[in-house]
Design a protein around this ligand. Structure first.
Ligand code: GLV
Ligand code: MN
Ligand code: MN
Length: 446
């Protein structure tokens, strides 16, 4: 047999062996271990439990990363980190040079939030690998956990920093322009955290992943209400964020007469009300607008505010409708500024397109759920995720699990051990299937 045919036969045998293996997988997930690791992660926070606050490159973030690296090492995973702290923990497959199957999420947390957002997809991915290992499964394609840097926009005002950089949406020059509220540049912040490599080599090649699955809590009520075990995400809504500033003259709270004022806070307050009206006017539950931050200066009770900065988040599953709301908000901001005699500026921080999941991965997740006798439902993700960006480059899908009352970004965010275990099991099954696929003949090496 010629060399090429020997390889073909070898890989066909591998596929058959692994499909049979995957079909007869007997996986057991250790839910209480996942729960205790999530609780351990919660300890790395700048606010006391039950609140979690874990902002990019703070000591809490670095401690959480240390802890995760330790867990990955215990499992014998091969770890690498890029110049901005995206962590890759790989279980090498028999065909280690082929594109890998990725899974993972983030471990940063917005101020005063909960312990499940993102972390379930990281610790859950690790438990999925442990379950596969325990069952004796060996992947053909490598399985890799990716812990994304700064999914939350808390420090530099823009979310999904890691996945934007990995997919080339944010280039090194864009990263270098970022400043936090203390005027610390992104480079200064990452250097201080020990990430000193060049930014040039972050972007992943087109053939890096053959598929990517992110496990996450739903952050909405549908699964819990319907008594559904897992949600299979078919699309992720389109987020956009604006920063609007108003500048007035300020002055003494007692001495400055009302008719002479140009109060920056009142301009901002009026705009916040207008953003709500703009969303409601669309008459659909899919259009949502939030004025999530509102800073004023000098922020003292006896002074007329002379500066107001609003962070406005606009989302929709329909990009055109989302953009029309953005336009309304931008023109209202100008009208309010004129009427109130304040200066104003608008910065569009990001304006991202929605993403569709890969059909074959949606089916693979549904097949896994069926094999496990889990009820499942297709759904749209109204929150954004790193998968939004990963989906633009690699076949991607998300798996949701129910969380109590649909609550998220709050300290009382909660997902039961049972819900997490089911999600991990469905993930493990799907990873087994996807990682069993033999490389194509024309498939590029990494
Ligand atoms: C992510 O956390 C989001 O704001 O959707
Ligand atoms: Mn979040
Ligand atoms: Mn998240």
């Amino acid at each position: 047999m010629s060399g090429i045919w020997q390889w073909v036969v070898f890989f066909v045998c591998l596929v058959v062996e692994n499909w049979v293996w995957a079909a007869s997988l007997r996986l057991e997930v250790d839910g209480s271990r996942v729960e205790s690791e999530l609780k351990e992660l919660r300890r790395f926070s700048d606010t006391a439990a039950p609140d979690v606050t874990r902002i990019l490159y703070t000591q809490s973030d670095l401690d959480a990363r240390d802890y995760l690296r330790r867990l990955f090492k215990e499992e014998g995973l091969v770890i690498r980190e890029d110049a901005i702290g995206n962590i890759f923990a790989r279980w090498p497959g028999k065909s280690a040079d082929s594109p890998a199957i990725g899974t993972g999420s983030h471990c940063d947390a917005i101020p005063f939030s909960g312990m499940y957002d993102g972390t379930v997809g990281v610790v859950g991915a690790l438990e999925a690998i442990r379950a596969l290992k325990r069952s004796g499964f060996r992947p053909v394609r490598s399985i890799e956990i990716l812990v994304f840097t700064s999914e939350e926009p808390t420090r530099f005002g823009i979310g999904c920093l890691g996945s934007r950089a990995l997919t080339g949406v944010l280039k090194p020059l864009d990263l270098m322009k970022l400043l936090d509220v203390n005027n610390t540049s992104f480079d200064q912040a990452r250097f201080a955290a020990g990430y000193t490599d060049k930014l040039e080599n972050i972007e992943l090649s087109e053939s890096y992943y053959d598929g990517f699955i992110e496990l996450h809590i739903e952050q909405g009520p549908e699964l819990e209400k319907g008594g559904i075990d897992v949600g299979v995400v078919t699309a992720i809504a389109a987020p956009a964020q604006l920063e609007v500033t108003f500048k007035g003259d300020g002055g003494h709270a007692g001495a400055l007469l009302m008719h002479l004022r140009n109060d920056a806070l009142l301009a901002g307050a009026e705009l916040a009300i207008e953003t709500e009206k703009a969303a409601l006017a669309k008459g659909t539950r899919d259009t949502v607008v939030t004025t999530g931050s509102f800073d004023i200066a000098p922020n003292t009770v006896n002074s007329v505010p002379r500066h107001a900065k609003l962070g406005i988040d606009v989302r929709d599953i329909d990009e055109q409708r989302r953009d029309s709301v953005l336009e309304i908000i931008i023109s209202r901001a100008a009208e309010i500024a004129t009427a109130r005699r304040v200066e104003h500026s608008v910065r569009v921080l990001n304006k991202d397109s929605p993403a569709d999941s890969a059909v074959e991965l949606v089916r693979a997740l549904e097949d896994s759920a069926d094999q496990l006798n889990f009820s499942h439902q297709r759904m749209v993700s109204r929150a954004y995720h790193d998968s939004l960006f990963i989906a633009a480059k690699f076949p991607t899908a998300m798996l949701f699990i129910p969380c109590r009352d649909g609550i998220s970004h709050r300290p009382d965010e909660y997902a039961s051990e049972e819900a997490i275990s089911k999600g991990v099991l469905a993930l493990a099954h799907t990873l087994a299937k996807l990682s069993s696929a033999a490389p194509q003949e024309d498939e590029p090496d990494l």
